[in-house]
Write a protein that binds this ligand. Structure first.
Ligand code: GAR
Length: 215
């Protein structure tokens, strides 16, 4: 629930396929996440996930970055669009744009991102290929709050995935994606249970109410 007693409202931002978006939608549909999808927004008209969202009856928006627009100009349009939907949480789900300080300030501690590596290792593009090129034995995925720096904000949760001999970017991405689809809905569920608080770089996860004390 949001503060107003109504179900929480989520904006999902995508640039492509939208499989993490689908995982979040499943979580909301099943009731595992106590919130509803308010809008799916993309910076790319061709994003496959827009069709999926529209087919599920979810409002969609496209806000393209036109030539000459600064990052901030673009984010101002994104904020204008999101402000029509009374949003409690913004979930970046394969949204391949760095957010401007304007956007981060509009939704303080209310933007989550999923990234396909164990941050702070391998931020930025092609994280899975970066892990392979580096010779890492493990990689994984991270859900974190978004700040002004790329793939940098306070970490909510992570899952590790081993890198096997013979892995390529595609096989590793597929194994990491399975974990992404598990931990992203879990993190969003915690957010709407009001169990996440941010103190500097630390994200505290409060115990579930009604959980018997250990021991
Ligand atoms: C996912 O692997 C996500 O972690 C990654 O893009 C993919 C999107 O897939 N995001 C980033 O690399 C952001 N830095 P999806 O569209 O099927 O969810």
């Amino acid at each position: 629930m949001s503060d107003g007693g109504r179900p929480g409202r989520v904006a999902i931002l995508i640039s492509g396929r939208g499989s993490n978006m689908e995982a979040l939608l499943r979580g909301m549909r099943s009731g595992a996440i106590a919130a509803e999808p308010a809008v799916v927004l993309s910076n790319k008209r061709s994003a496959k996930g827009l069709e999926t969202a529209a087919a599920a009856g979810i409002p969609t928006e496209v806000v393209r970055r036109r030539k000459g627009m600064t990052h901030e100009d673009h984010d101002r349009l994104v904020i204008e669009a999101l402000d029509r939907y009374d949003i409690d949480l913004v979930c970046l789900a394969g949204y391949m744009r760095l957010l401007s300080p304007l956007m981060v300030a509009r939704f303080p501690d209310r933007i989550l991102n999923i990234h396909p590596s164990l941050l702070p290792a391998f931020p930025g593009l092609d994280a899975q290929q970066q892990a392979l090129d580096y010779g890492a034995r493990f990689s994984g995925c991270t859900v974190h709050f978004v700040d002004e720096e790329c793939d940098h904000g306070p970490i909510v949760t992570q899952a590790a995935v081993s890198i096997e001999p013979g892995d390529d970017a595609s096989s590793l991405s597929a194994r990491i994606l399975e974990q992404e689809h598990r931990i992203y809905p879990e993190a969003v569920a915690l957010f709407f249970q009001g169990r996440l608080s941010v103190e500097g770089r630390q994200v505290r996860i409060a115990p579930a109410t009604g959980t018997p004390a250990a021991g």
